[in-house]
Design a protein. Sequence first.
Length: 193
Amino acid sequence: MKKSEKYLNKKHKELVDACSKNDRNAQIRIYDLYYKAMYNTCIRIVKDSFIAEDIMQESFLDAFSKISTFEWRSSFGAWLKRIVINKSLDNIKSNNSNEILEEKIIDVPDDEFDNDHDQDYYKIKLDEIKTAIDKLNENARVLIVLHLIEGYDHHEISQILEIPYNNVRVRYLRAKRKLIEKIMDTNKQHILN
């Protein structure tokens, strides 16, 4: 089996092929298949429903205009998600004067990563985690969303954000610690109340 065949969904291939011929019905079907997942990806990154809706719509328009370049090296959904993530990050970058890209290179010894001890975790509700993620600053939130929710590894995040791999590792570790602190603070408040 060729690598490209691994991601080939026959039904989706027919829709993608029809979309490349500007078949509006096929485009609507693709949109219906993916819009919820793409919106959820976008809202996790930009945290604004109106902006997320705009970005999602723009992403679909871009995808349909570039669909002839899609080569099935990944699933269509993964290709589309990458467009959504890139557009979401572009929005954040344009609103923050490239703050994500301007952080200086950080040189941290590898032993800092060894200090990530297992913590005693309380039973945590999904809503508490989402709330804690929303309380993170944008840089930390983007890293947590890309890694924990969207499933990108540190190398992929390095490429997406155009920052060195070691910076991603260090910043992710710090973001994860901040997330844990926020979750623990929430749990302490629940216990005290």
